[in-house]
Design a protein around this ligand. Structure first.
Ligand code: AMP
Length: 305
């Protein structure tokens, strides 16, 4: 099974209390597609300008990602810059330049339109819907979003939610979208907006997973050193979607979703160990399997008498 990933492809400038780097490969679709590629074939849909370094295209190619749906157009690539506070958790966006993204109209090549799994990584919900309009094979659709779209494109987001199987968002976004302070209430409220499954991320405190009749709470993998939290949510979504895409969509159970959330957390934990996609470029399936197993043993418990 393959997964279509659409989202932003960016050149980022990132500042943490310890280090600062400019012109890094970033964007929701970059992180998500590379994370997903450890599990399943990936078709990437996005746009970059003619200033986009070839080494980044090569990185996607090395991961076996299908780039037929990647548009390279005259102009500058989308740029974002952000700065993290001392806790590496709160972040301020310093600048956003849409550039070629401003006139981006996603076009799905035939192979991508047949993909059974679709990951709508974070971009404007109108664009996410436009991708779904072109999809012929979608059987399991996962969407990510952010506070910006809840603020400025809520109607588009609500229309999209009626068409997706799963929504991934963080705790403050879940509260913002529903007006609920309790995340448990928020999870149920979001399900009533359309998605059968909802994953609410809580940063270093893990993630909550909701379905109609089941609930799963998962911690985060304990890391001593975080170098750059950028893209953790996108790597989580990519790992989750990539693992699911190794399964037949009709056979996905809640236990598979639990496993997908743990794989997503594992990919997110690797991602924050270096700036940009530095760490995702180094790891392989064996390290992912090892960390998954360590994580499983850390969170698994049995009652002893
Ligand atoms: P995350 O840390 O998961 O929130 O994702 C960070 C990535 O999102 C960065 O690499 C940015 O390039 C990208 N990004 C920031 N703002 C936007 C936006 N408005 N639309 C799409 N992608 C964005």
């Amino acid at each position: 099974m393959s997964v279509l990933v659409v989202g932003s492809i960016a050149l980022d400038s990132v500042k943490t209390p310890v280090e600062a780097h400019e012109n890094l490969l970033g964007g929701s679709a970059s992180y998500a597609s590379v994370a997903a590629s450890f599990f399943s074939p990936v078709q990437l849909i996005g746009v970059v300008g003619d200033d986009f370094p070839k080494e980044h295209i090569d990185l996607f190619g090395c991961r076996g990602i299908d780039l037929e749906g990647l548009q390279v157009v005259p102009g500058k690539t989308f740029r974002w810059s952000g700065e993290y506070q001392w806790d590496f958790n709160s972040r301020e966006t310093l600048s956003v330049a849409l550039n070629v993204f401003e006139h981006f109209t996603p076009k799905l090549p035939q192979a991508a339109s047949n993909a059974p799994y679709v990951l709508l990584a974070n971009i404007a919900p109108g664009l996410q819907s436009h991708v779904l309009d072109q999809s012929q094979g979608a059987r399991f659709v996962i969407a990510d979003t952010m506070d910006l779209w809840i603020n400025i494109a809520k109607d588009d987001l609500l229309a999209l939610l009626r068409r997706v199987d799963m929504l991934i968002l963080n705790d403050s976004e879940a509260r913002q979208l529903t007006g609920e302070t309790s995340l448990i209430r928020a999870g149920s409220a979001i399900r009533r907006l359309g998605p059968r499954f909802v994953a609410i991320k809580k940063g270093e405190h893990g993630c909550l997973l909701f379905s109609e009749d089941a609930f799963f709470s998962c911690g985060a993998y304990p890391l001593e050193d975080i170098h750059d939290p950028t893209g953790a949510g996108d790597a989580f979504a990519g790992g989750l979607a990539g693992y699911l895409a190794s399964l037949n969509p009709e056979e996905v159970t809640f236990d598979h979703l639990r496993k997908a959330v743990v794989y997503g957390s594992v990919l997110a934990s690797f991602n924050v160990e270096a700036f940009s996609l530095g760490r995702l470029q180094q790891i392989g399936s064996e390290e992912i399997a090892q960390r998954y197993d360590t994580f499983r043993r850390m969170t698994h418990f049995e009652l002893v008498s």
